[in-house]
Ligand binder design. Structure first.
Ligand code: E4P
Length: 215
């Protein structure tokens, strides 16, 4: 399973990259705003800065909601850097735009996906990635992981190549469960990735080994 980091924070992206586990980055307008990135030029430059840190795909989200606007924005984003993936919301014009981008060879990430039907549409239109938001489903008492299970079955039934990018990941168990189900990618906060390292028996075992090594 590929690990993406879900942030626009350059320090966190560098830290995950230095760990050697990072396969890509996802951003969204809220994550960009959180880092104080404002103005079109700064936003575009920030995407390029992220691409220069990592070797994998970097999702950059359009903010237009009409077909022409999505195409205009998406083409400009795709021209920024070969690693850019155009992130498009799951709306009618978004789906149409995903088909257009797919036919032009521009990679896409269909975002804000909350149902198996939405995932099926994104795959039919040729999305490179589809982003089911499992944490936000859990937040409203709906099992996010069962959506990942449903999509895995549907995509395998028909051999869709769209990659399941589990998004809105909140904690390490989400990552482990996504890996068990067979999600292609999990995009995670750095805290969830580093939490995978932790086990008290590792800490106590290492302390004993180091103490014994001095004897
Ligand atoms: C996905 O690409 C989104 O950026 C993200 O995973 C949303 O997560 P949140 O629900 O923690 O905002």
């Amino acid at each position: 399973m590929k690990f993406f980091i879900d942030t626009a924070n350059l320090e966190q992206i560098k830290e995950a990259q230095d760990m050697g586990v990072l396969d890509g980055v996802t951003t969204n307008p809220s994550l960009m705003a959180k880092e104080g990135i404002k103005g079109q030029d700064n936003i575009l430059k920030h995407y390029v800065d992220i691409c220069n840190i990592v070797t994998g795909d970097v999702s950059a989200e359009v903010i237009s909601t009409d077909f022409d606007g999505i195409i205009r924005e998406g083409e400009a984003l795709a021209e920024l850097h070969p690693q850019i993936v155009v992130k498009v919301p799951m709306i009618k014009d978004g789906i149409k735009a995903i088909k257009y981008f797919s036919e032009k060879g521009i990679k896409t990430n269909c975002t804000l996906v909350f149902s198996a039907g939405q995932d099926l549409l994104a795959a039919k239109e040729g999305a490179t990635y589809v982003s089911p938001f499992i944490g936000r489903l859990d937040d409203v008492s709906t099992d996010g992981l069962s959506l990942i299970e449903d999509i895995r079955i549907i995509y395998d039934n028909y051999g869709y190549e769209t990659q399941i990018l589990a998004a809105s990941v909140r904690h390490p168990m989400h990552i482990i469960d996504c890996a068990k189900i067979g999600a292609d990618v999990a995009t995670c906060p750095l805290s969830a990735i580093t939490a995978l390292l932790k086990h008290p028996l590792t800490d106590s075992g290492l302390a004993t080994f180091l103490a014994d090594a001095k004897k």
